[in-house]
Design a binder for this molecule. Structure first.
Ligand code: HEC
Ligand code: HEC
Ligand code: HEC
Length: 481
């Protein structure tokens, strides 16, 4: 999982090399006798809070035992591996030590943890909630997994340096309610800011990887992704969503406007879909109570690029998203007025087009829906053109996508198996497999329809802007795929 915490971790470490300040290393927290078995109520509350904190997403390796850690997080500096937080990993910790880990980002021995673990948000947790989570984690089956977590090369392996990052970006909690707001608003703020750590992805970061607090929720980049603007901006944010739309999205992973996949799909499946209706209401109250991000003037794209993009859209995309871009809400998302599509940074959209994407199923919306990968059949130039077209048609407006941006995303997707998402995307890019509904000699325009899988007429070059295609050997050049 390429979570934004990484950027933060490494920027912080890089900074540490430059800053020469001295402060005391926190000593180990005093150990206590193991507590008596926790009451079922406390454990149940802990399970709920653990879901709200999405701890499982990072603490589970692909195919591994939940919470047993070992998920490798690759970065240009090395790999940070998540910890085993079953009793096999933190079984002899005290509740004090556990609270201190969430609150200050240090382990049982007082060693600094990297901010790839988002303790700069969990610091806002109350002591009571930390104790409940700990009580729940203690009931999990113990795993003996001991992933090698110190795989960073010198000098990034010096955990002590994280202190300098903390000096700049760790504002210690716990959460202080805002007395000028309702109890519901404050509950929402606690869920979003502390447990949900939504800002870790949805807020832009500065050059040191710390959140730009003045631009909270205006959309943020993290390796391979761009998490969209969540302010009430009508074009790029949630301005055209109703409260009910937001609640439906967080509960089921879809609504009339959008569908959750990839990183957000995991957030919905593992976390927000488990929340009570009252808590989802509270989140909606908090998230919608902020000013809209400023409107940005957008330069109109070149007419020739729009014509090239339109031809590709008609051939490859309109079967699902329809000629008028209205799609079939909750199945094939509408592109008209789609906020995610109109972000300043097109990374997420480019990875969907090049690598394919599947809507994450949730218990209340279990139907799997997928969009095939186009990276293997469209060149960077064609991907840029179709992305520019959909970002600027039917009233949409967003900066044109450059060939360089399409190439950069392609390179990251083909980088090879790494964090979960990247590994899946890698397979899809190499050859569209069953999960993408598209196989090399079939008509992509049939995808999602009754004729899906129909063989492509030999030598037809339907659409795709008439440009030559750069897909791998073994696929007929010019074939519509
Ligand atoms: C974004 C990914 C991510 C999320 C979400 C996350 N963690 Fe972690 N966590 C990590 C990583 C990575 C480490 C290892 C950090 C290191 O080695 O410096 C870690 C380390 C820890 C540790 C230290 C364990 C040890 O043996 O040192 C604890 C405790 C912990 N996490 C608990 C939690 C809890 C509880 C939650 C949910 C409330 C949570 N984590 C959510 C990524 C995450
Ligand atoms: C690990 C990073 C990450 C975290 C944490 C995260 N999100 Fe997201 N979110 C994304 C990405 C990436 C997208 C765009 C992809 C998608 O919609 O499938 C997204 C999309 C969304 C959307 C849809 C917006 C649109 O215009 O389509 C909403 C709403 C949303 N997130 C709300 C939240 C809330 C509320 C939280 C906290 C509870 C949260 N997110 C936490 C990464 C994240
Ligand atoms: C087989 C049907 C199908 C075809 C063909 C298809 N898509 Fe999609 N598309 C989907 C589905 C399903 C999703 C929702 C995936 C998700 O984000 O959960 C989607 C999502 C998207 C999104 C993201 C919307 C959002 O808000 O997150 C964009 C942009 C998009 N498609 C553009 C295209 C383009 C451009 C093409 C042609 C090159 C195309 N699609 C072809 C089914 C299709």
């Amino acid at each position: 999982m390429s979570r934004r915490g990484l950027t933060a971790a490494f920027a912080g470490l890089a900074l540490a090399g430059l800053v020469a300040a001295a402060a005391l290393h926190p000593g180990p927290a005093r150990s206590q006798a193991a507590p008596a078995p926790a009451e079922p109520q406390l454990v149940a509350r802990g399970a709920y809070l653990t879901a709200a904190g999405d701890c499982q997403a990072c603490h589970t390796a692909p195919g591994g035992q939940p919470f047993a850690g070992g998920l490798p997080v690759k970065t240009p500096f090395g790999t940070i591996v998540s910890a085993n937080i079953t009793p096999g990993g933190i079984g002899d910790w005290t509740p004090d030590q556990f609270y201190r880990a969430l609150h200050q980002g240090v382990d049982d021995e007082g060693k600094h943890l990297y901010p790839a673990f988002p303790y700069n948000y969990y610091t806002l947790l109350t002591r009571a909630d930390s104790d409940a989570i700990f009580a729940y984690l203690k009931t999990l089956p113990a795993s003996s997994n001991h992933p090698n977590r110190d795989q960073l090369p010198f000098p990034f392996n010096i955990r002590f340096f994280v202190r300098f990052w903390n000096m700049l970006f760790l504002k210690e909690g716990p959460f202080q309610p805002n007395p000028g707001k309702s109890a519901e608003w404050n509950r929402g703020a606690y869920l979003v800011e502390a447990l949900g750590h939504c800002q870790a992805c949805h807020t832009p970061s500065n050059f040191l990887g710390g959140p730009k607090r003045g631009q909270a929720f205006r959309g943020g980049a993290f390796p391979g992704w761009f998490a969209p603007d969540l302010t009430p901006n009508r074009r790029t944010g949630l301005g055209s969503w109703s409260r009910a739309d937001l609640i439906e999205f967080l509960k089921t992973g879809r609504n009339a406007h959008a569908q959750a996949s990839g990183e957000m799909g995991e957030v919905v499946a593992d976390s927000t879909s488990h929340l009570t209706d009252a808590d989802l209401d509270a989140i909606a109250t908090y998230v919608t109570d902020r000013p809209a991000s400023p409107a940005v003037q957008v330069k109109a794209p070149e007419p020739a690029v729009m014509r090239q993009g339109e031809a590709i859209f008609v051939d490859s995309c309109s079967a699902c998203h329809r000629m008028d871009g209205r799609g079939t809400p909750r199945f094939f998302p509408p592109l008209v007025g789609d906020a995610n599509l109109q972000q300043r940074d097109p990374t997420t959209i480019l990875r969907f087009i090049e690598g394919g994407v599947a809507t994450t199923p949730t218990p209340s919306a279990p139907t799997p829906l997928a969009m095939p990968a186009y990276g293997w059949k469209l060149t960077d130039d064609q991907v840029a053109a179709v992305a520019t077209f959909v970002r600027n048609s039917w009233g949409n407006a967003a900066p044109p996508v450059s060939v360089g941006q399409a190439a950069k995303v392609r390179k990251a997707l083909t980088f090879g198996p790494g964090p979960t998402g990247a590994a899946q995307q890698h397979g899809r890019l190499a050859h569209p497999g069953p999960e993408t509904w598209s196989t090399p000699n079939t008509m992509s325009s049939d995808n999602g329809g009754a004729n899906a899988g129909r063989a492509a007429p030999a030598g037809s070059g339907a659409g795709n802007g008439g440009s030559s295609q750069g897909h791998p050997a073994g696929v007929t050049a010019g074939g519509p795929g």
